[in-house]
Design a protein. Structure first.
Length: 339
């Protein structure tokens, strides 16, 4: 894995082992296997994890149930205490921080959204969103103003006086997102936030999430077991199995260059066109190429229907709206024929 020059968050050789004498066992053993842990009556929920997450990156940790992904994200915020290793946030080792310091960091610099919305049923939408600001001791008018801003940001303007029971599942999750954003966190943890939602609402929430990120540029750690969700949202993905990281890379890396047999099997049914971005297929744009364009982060599957209009070439735009290259129909067909 390439080392980032200034990672926002990094974990070095992080372990979480459950069972009596776990810390002493790790001290006496160099990188014990799952079998060695089991023989000692221990469970390695997170095993020797090394990760670096860049500023403004959407980093997705995924794996099947029991792979250790949720335990890992709780270790990163020290909601679960790691058994060994280092967790570095903005250059500070969180495992050396006092309980008081960790409370301050969680309150002011981290946001968290979980699968279960955990809204307070006796509070209105406005008061639910403002609640973490109340915990911080922020004056009522100031916290109400910031809560109102977050409510508008997630598209719930007009619902400020509603109670959770009066909202749909998707609306309740938007309240949870607004609440976590109210503290204006530097680091945002989301643990399967959309998995309890119906498929259509889930897709809408993914769209909303990407819209928010395009505006806020947060550093995000996102947990999911859904590969389609991961490849749609992630800048990079870490695939976990039995507490260990099998591979870390871009969605294209994971699907096109699987590093282990497990990752190969895990991604076998993923259509390559859903993962590969047009940037990977584009060629130099011929002089004078004009007309409608597609963003450079568009997947080949999203771009392909445009060729049904009878064109052979599509202009690709970079993030500044400038022509970055051209996508050829033949290249799209060739990729899709490969599965």
């Amino acid at each position: 894995m390439a080392t980032l020059p200034h990672p926002k968050l990094a974990c070095r050789n992080v372990w979480k082992v459950f069972g009596s004498g776990a810390k002493a066992f790790l001290t006496s053993q160099a990188n014990p296997s799952a079998e060695a842990l089991a023989k000692a009556g221990l469970v390695g929920a997170v095993r020797d994890v090394n990760l670096e997450i860049g500023e403004g990156e959407i980093f997705v940790i995924m794996g099947l149930s029991g792979s250790g992904k949720s335990t890992l994200v709780r270790c990163l915020s020290r909601l679960v205490e790691p058994t060994a290793g280092e967790i570095i946030f903005n250059g500070e080792n969180l495992l050396a921080a006092s309980d008081e310091r960790m409370i301050e960091i969680r309150r002011k610099r981290m946001g968290m959204v979980f699968q279960h919305f955990a809204l307070l049923p006796h509070l209105t939408v406005l008061d639910n969103v403002a609640f973490p600001l109340e915990v911080q001791g922020i004056e009522r008018a100031a916290r109400a103003a910031r809560a109102q801003k977050m409510i508008e940001l997630v598209g719930l303007a007009g619902k400020e006086g509603f109670f959770p029971r009066e909202l749909s599942g998707g609306q309740q999750q938007r309240v949870g997102i607004a609440r976590s954003l109210a503290v204006e966190p530097e680091l945002w943890f989301l643990d399967e936030p959309f998995s309890a939602l119906d498929p259509l609402i889930r897709r809408e929430m993914q769209d909303e999430f990407l819209r928010l990120q395009s505006a806020l540029k947060k550093t995000i750690v996102f947990i999911t077991h859904d590969f389609d969700e991961a490849i749609r949202l992630a800048d990079r993905i870490a695939v976990m199995k039995d507490g260990k990281i099998e591979q870390t890379g871009t969605p294209e890396d994971i699907v096109m260059k699987p590093a282990t047999p497990y990752v190969t099997e895990f991604t076998r049914s993923v259509a390559k066109a859903k993962v590969v971005k047009v940037a990977s297929l584009m060629r130099s744009a011929p002089a004078g190429l004009n007309g409608a364009a597609i963003p450079i982060r568009t997947t080949v599957a999203e771009a392909a229907p445009r060729f049904a209009e009878g064109i052979d070439l599509l202009r690709i735009e970079d993030g500044d709206g400038k022509t970055a290259g051209a996508l050829h129909r033949d290249d799209v067909v060739a990729l899709m024929m490969r599965g």
